[in-house]
Design a protein. Structure first.
Length: 549
C-alpha cells in the first residue's frame, strides 16, 4: 500500500502520546498503576472541564510522551461494557524474558493474567481494578527514563507503551485516517479471537509505535463507564504542526475540536467513522513545566484559571495518598458519601450518554427537531466531547413536539406545546432531584427542538446555566421575567426556510431586553443544519457552566 503524504506543514505522526481512561475509586487506581505496575504518578490535577474530578497521570520518571496513562476517576461510576467504536486495551512494552516475573507479581496481588501470542510476541493480559484491559508485550527495546522509587526491579520495569487495540466495524475507515492522512504504515494482519487484527505503525523509533485495529462487523457498540478508554492521543511535535493537522483534518471532514489548552500539552479531538475518539497532542511543554522532577505528583496542580477556587476544589475532590511521598491530597471522605440514585427520569422516554446521571454534577438536555429522534440529537455528545456532562435527550411522541410551525398561532399547537414544555420541565425537575440544579444545566436543541428550548427558557423562570438554539427562534415574544446573565447561543442561516431571519433577530432582541447574554450568529450557506463554529460555541457555553460548579 502506498502511504499518502500528511497534510502540508506536518510530518508523519510518531506514535502514541497518551491514553485516557475512566476509573472509579481514585486510590485503588493509584495503587494499581503506581504500586502494581510500577508507573510513577507524575501529575495530580483536575479535569479542566469538570474541576471536581481528579485527572491522574502515570508514566516514566518525567512522563515522556508514549508512557502516559491518564485517568478520570468518578467514584461509584457504573462499569462500562466493551464494544465497537472504542479503544479496548493498552499494551505496555516489557523486557523480553520477564513474563514469568510479571505473571507471578500480578497473581500475588490478586489479579488473573492470561497468556497469548500476537504477531509472534508473547502477551500477558490483565484487567485493572475497573476492568480495563492492560497488556504487557515482551520484547527487546523501549527506552524510557527509569523511576528510581519504582517498586518493580529495574530489570523488569515497563518501558512505555507498545500499542493500543481498537474494536471497529470497518478497518478501512481507520486505515484511511492513519495511513492516508497521518503517515502511519500498515504493518500486517492476523486472525484474532474477535475477528481480524490489523497493525499500523507510527513513524517514530521510540515507544508507543503501534495502533492495532480488530474488525468486528455486526457486533454491538461499547457502553461508556468505569474501565472504558475515553480516547487515545497521538503525538505531534509542536503547536504549528498541530495547527496544520487541525486545518487538514477539517478540510477532509473529520470535524476536529479547536485547540484545547491542557496545561502540559495542547490538544485537538476528533472521531473517525467508527466513532473511535482520537486526540493529537503536542510534546511540549511537558509535566515538569510547573513542578520540579523530584516532586512530580506530590501536589495538586491547578491551571491559573482555577487557582482562585483552590480551597473549594480541594474540599470537593476525594482524599488520596501518593505512595511515593506518603502525601495526602484532597479532603472528601468517599466512605461517608451517600449513594445517589441513577434512576431514569420517571414517565418520560429519555435517552442518555456521557457521564452516568448518578455521578454527574452538570448536564446537557438536548431536544431533537421535527421528524428527528432522541438518538439523533444525542449524537452531538460525541462532537462536543465534554466528559463532565450527563447528556439527556427526551423523545417526542411521533418524533414531533407540536404539529405546526413555531410561527403558527399558539392555540393551534395546543395541547401539544404545553405537553412538550411539561416534558422539558419534568426532565429538569428530575435532574434537580438527582442533585443537578437548573444553573448546572445547559438546555439546547435543533430546529423545532431549538424553538422549544428557547420557549422553555423564556417561560419557566428557572435559572438555567445556558441555552443553545441551533436554527430556532422564540415561539412567543410577549413574555416577561428576568433572564439576567443567562448565556444564550443562537445560530441560523439567513435564508433558512423554517426560521425566518427576522424572527431569529426579534427573538435575540427580546431575550437581550430581559437581561440574557445573547450570542446570535448568522451563517451564510449554513442551510438547515449545524456547523463546526456552532459546535465550538456550544462547547464554550458548556465549559463555562462546568467551570463554575
Amino acid at each position: 500500500m502506498t502511504t499518502l503524504s500528511p497534510f502540508p506543514g506536518t510530518s508523519p505522526v510518531q506514535g502514541l502520546h497518551h491514553v485516557t481512561v475512566m476509573a472509579s475509586d481514585p486510590q485503588r487506581n493509584i495503587d494499581f498503576y503506581s504500586q502494581t505496575l510500577g508507573q510513577r504518578l507524575v501529575k495530580v490535577t483536575v479535569n479542566f472541564d469538570d474541576p471536581g474530578t481528579y485527572h491522574l497521570y502515570y508514566g516514566d520518571l518525567t512522563g515522556q510522551p508514549g508512557t502516559i496513562m491518564t485517568h478520570f476517576p468518578w467514584p461509584g461510576a457504573k462499569k462500562g461494557v466493551r464494544g465497537n467504536g472504542e479503544v479496548v486495551a493498552t499494551a505496555y512494552s516489557a523486557p523480553r524474558g520477564s513474563d514469568q516475573y510479571w505473571e507471578a507479581r500480578l497473581r500475588e496481588q490478586g489479579f488473573k493474567p492470561t497468556r497469548s501470542e500476537r504477531f509472534g510476541q508473547p502477551v500477558l493480559t490483565v484487567e485493572d481494578p475497573d476492568g480495563t484491559w492492560v497488556e504487557l508485550v515482551f520484547e527487546d527495546g523501549g527506552a524510557v527514563q527509569p523511576w528510581p522509587a519504582s517498586p518493580v526491579p529495574a530489570e523488569h520495569e515497563l518501558r512505555g507503551f507498545h500499542s493500543v487495540t481498537a474494536w471497529v466495524r470497518d478497518t478501512g475507515a481507520v486505515r484511511e485516517l492513519l495511513v492516508g492522512h497521518l503517515g502511519f504504515t500498515e504493518a500486517g494482519s492476523e486472525p484474532d479471537p474477535e475477528g481480524t487484527r490489523t497493525r499500523f505503525r507510527g513513524s517514530g523509533d521510540g515507544v508507543g509505535l503501534y495502533v492495532d485495529v480488530v474488525e468486528r462487523p455486526g457486533q454491538p457498540r461499547g457502553t461508556f463507564g468505569a474501565g472504558s478508554i475515553h480516547h487515545v492521543a497521538l503525538r505531534t511535535r509542536d503547536d504549528a504542526e498541530q495547527e496544520a493537522y487541525l486545518t487538514g483534518l477539517t478540510e477532509v471532514g473529520y470535524r476536529p475540536t479547536p485547540v484545547q489548552d491542557r496545561q502540559y500539552f495542547h490538544s485537538i479531538y476528533f472521531r473517525e467513522p467508527n466513532s473511535v475518539l482520537f486526540e493529537i497532542a503536542t510534546d511540549a511543554p511537558g509535566f515538569p513545566d510547573d513542578e520540579a522532577v523530584e516532586e512530580l505528583g506530590k501536589h495538586l496542580k491547578l491551571p491559573a484559571w482555577y487557582e482562585d477556587r483552590r480551597a473549594t476544589i480541594e474540599a470537593h475532590v476525594p482524599k488520596i495518598v501518593n505512595r511515593e511521598y506518603g502525601s495526602t491530597l484532597g479532603s472528601r471522605d468517599l466512605s461517608a458519601a451517600a449513594p445517589v440514585s441513577p434512576d431514569a427520569v420517571t414517565g418520560i422516554e429519555v435517552h442518555t450518554a456521557g457521564r452516568p446521571l448518578g455521578e454527574a454534577r452538570v448536564a446537557a438536555v438536548l431536544l431533537h427537531g421535527r421528524g428527528g429522534t432522541a438518538p439523533d440529537i444525542l449524537s452531538l455528545a460525541d462532537d462536543l466531547n465534554l466528559s463532565a456532562f450527563a447528556y439527556l435527550a427526551p423523545q417526542a411522541p411521533g418524533n414531533t413536539w407540536y404539529p405546526l410551525s413555531f410561527l403558527a398561532p399558539v392555540e393551534q399547537n395546543q395541547p401539544h406545546l404545553d405537553r412538550a414544555l411539561a416534558t422539558v420541565d419534568g426532565v429538569l425537575t428530575e435532574l434537580e432531584r438527582q442533585g443537578i440544579p437548573p444553573q448546572n444545566v445547559v438546555l439546547g436543541g435543533f430546529s423545532q427542538g431549538a424553538c422549544l428550548a428557547l420557549e422553555y427558557a423564556s417561560r419557566s423562570g428557572r435559572p438555567l446555566g445556558g441555552v443553545v438554539a441551533l436554527s430556532g427562534g422564540l415561539i412567543t415574544l410577549d413574555r416577561a421575567g428576568d433572564l439576567s446573565g443567562v448565556p444564550v447561543f443562537m445560530g441560523v442561516a439567513p435564508d433558512d426556510a423554517h426560521i425566518p431571519l427576522s424572527r431569529f433577530q426579534q427573538s435575540a432582541a427580546h431575550l437581550r431586553s430581559r437581561g440574557a447574554a445573547v450570542d446570535a450568529r448568522v451563517y451564510p450557506g449554513l442551510g438547515h443544519s449545524i456547523n463546526t463554529d456552532e459546535l465550538d460555541a456550544v462547547r464554550t457555553v458548556m465549559q463555562r457552566v462546568a467551570g463554575q460548579v
